[in-house]
Design a protein around this ligand. Structure first.
Ligand code: G3P
Ligand code: CA
Length: 251
């Protein structure tokens, strides 16, 4: 069963990495939510993709130089544009959530994939997950393009599944080799790197007991194609499209 993982939440429908986007993802039947974390100046985990606030909010500044309180003054719905050019989430009180806020909200039965953007966030991510329901249910994982981040997570909590994100066109063999050597559970590839026939890479990873995920798949035909090969899961901005392509949850 291939998992539909909502990329930054249902980010085609609501501002990315906000509770609104996560709620919609759950309503649309996503199996799991993917989100990004950075560390603030006061050591908190901010759920935001970029190092800075400006692309997604009405404020500017580096996350690592601001306190969480300062960051939460930003309107995280400010930049999201609907298809008709309107800004339906502006001024609606959406903010940049903390990871603990997401963990306490996350409904039972929905998985969580935490992408660690800042290496310094690795330890705090492990601490936040300890005692969380999603980790206890075995439905949480931590992934990163930064090897040090997932190495740190794995060293601090070997039971928490970790995955290595390969950048587009990165060598699959060396990425897989690194992940195997360091005890990571999965590799996550750029979708185009799986090619028309994903079978060779999937069987190579399987031979070492690793799962393969990929980012970002928004085309329903590609979703069903990859699912037919037994991909672990894909992130998508359109979890509703993914659910429709793959059928009801658990099927
Ligand atoms: O799941 C991996 C994917 O989220 C990586 O890309 O830039 O959206 O964080 P990005
Ligand atoms: Ca991400």
């Amino acid at each position: 069963m291939t998992l539909v993982v909502a990329h930054r939440g249902a980010s085609a429908h609501a501002p990315e990495n906000t509770l609104d986007a996560f709620r919609q993802a759950v309503e649309m039947g996503a199996d799991a939510i993917e989100l990004d974390v950075h560390l603030t100046r006061d050591g908190q985990l901010a759920v935001i993709h970029d190092e800075t606030l400006e692309r997604t909010t009405d404020l500017e500044g580096r996350v690592s130089e601001l306190t969480m309180k300062q960051i939460q003054r930003a309107d995280a719905g400010h930049r999201f544009a609907a298809a008709d050019g309107s800004f339906p989430f502006r001024g609606k009180g959406l903010n940049v959530p903390t990871l603990p806020e997401v963990l306490s909200w996350l409904p039972a039965g929905t998985g969580l994939v935490i992408e660690i953007k800042a290496i310094a966030a690795a330890g705090p991510v492990v601490e936040s997950l300890r005692g969380s329901a999603v980790r206890a249910a075995g439905a949480a994982s931590a992934i990163s393009f930064e090897q040090r981040a997932i190495d740190d997570v794995h060293d601090q909590d070997p039971e928490l599944p970790t995955g290595y994100l390969l950048v587009p066109f990165e060598s699959f063999d060396s990425g897989l080799n690194y992940a195997v050597q360091r005890g990571h559970a999965a590799v996550h590839l750029y979708e185009g790197d799986l090619g028309l026939d994903p079978a060779p890479k999937l069987s190579q990873a399987r031979a070492f007991g690793l799962l393969v995920g990929c980012y970002v798949v928004n085309d329903p035909m590609r979703m069903t194609h990859l699912a037919a090969y037994g991909l672990w899961g894909f992130v998508t901005d359109w979890p509703d499209v993914g659910r429709q392509a793959l059928g009801p949850r658990g099927s």
